[in-house]
Design a binder for this molecule. Structure first.
Ligand code: SAM
Length: 243
């Protein structure tokens, strides 16, 4: 099993508990206040765009947190997600809200839709992608699906110095901007650290390294801000394809 396929187990729990999203939203009003949604609204306003008729691709949409929000504001949305259970909940959410969204079960690291978009959105997915090859594939997917004048919107966790003390030592190991976890034995790519077997679970780059990675992958920076809705800070960034 690839490391990111483990999210399916989390979504089965979310479904059983009757939650609406990854962040355990219990109401749609709660979901609209997700940092990605409030960030999207702020950044769109800053550049003088509205959601109306905007073509949005939500990568790793989960239960549709951002796709649902953008569609409610008038955008035409497609959400892609590897977890079948998440997509099942996303479709249920869209029906409950009377929104028309195309939800697809798929791997965003190997995605070839025959459509272009004005906005590609990452709502806390990029930090779930680990390793140079997978991260390059993430940016390639974004580039392949962006129209020439389109924007990539990122909301990703970042690190500040040594993050070791932020994560319980019984389960996590933090080293060189990677968070390793014990996870489940079905995850095949593992490494022994000390006497335990871990898998690479999250990438937490420093702000400077994250911005450098955007540039190296063909994007220029339009706006950035740091938010701190949780213990770990997030970099919210609006990017354009390098001209
Ligand atoms: C932290 S959750 C965020 C979910 C959603 N975007 C939100 O804001 O509620 C990260 C999501 O990325 C999805 N994901 C990770 N790697 C993926 C991949 N390679 N293809 C598709 N989805 C992926 C996970 O399954 C999970 O739903």
């Amino acid at each position: 099993m690839k490391y990111y396929e483990m999210h399916e187990i989390v979504y089965q729990r979310i479904k059983n508990d009757g939650h609406l999203s990854w962040d355990k939203s219990v109401s749609y009003d709660d979901m609209w206040l997700h940092g990605t949604n409030t960030g999207l609204k702020r950044h769109l306003t800053k550049i003088g765009l509205s959601f109306k008729d905007l073509r949005v691709l939500d990568l790793g949409t989960g239960t549709g947190t951002s796709a649902l929000y953008c569609a409610r504001e008038g955008a035409k949305c497609v959400g892609v997600e590897v977890s079948e259970t998440a997509i099942e909940i996303a479709i249920k959410n869209a029906h409950a809200l009377g929104l028309n969204i195309e939800f697809i079960v798929g791997d965003i690291l190997n995605l070839h839709l025959s459509k272009k978009f004005d906005f590609v959105v990452d709502s806390t997915v990029l930090h779930c992608i680990v390793g140079a090859k997978d991260r390059t594939n993430f940016y390639e997917t974004a580039k392949r699906h962006l129209d020439t004048d389109g924007f990539l919107f990122i909301n990703t966790m970042i690190s500040e110095g040594d993050m070791s003390s932020r994560f319980p030592k019984e389960y996590f190991h933090y080293e060189n901007e990677i968070l390793w976890s014990l996870g489940i034995s079905e995850i095949t790519e593992r490494k022994t650290i000390g006497e335990k077997s871990y898998f690479a679970h999250r990438t937490l780059l420093s702000k400077g390294n994250q911005i450098e990675e955007f540039r190296q992958n063909g994007f220029e920076i339009v706006n950035t801000e740091i938010t701190s809705d949780s213990d770990v800070k997030c970099l919210v960034a609006l990017l354009k394809l390098k001209s």
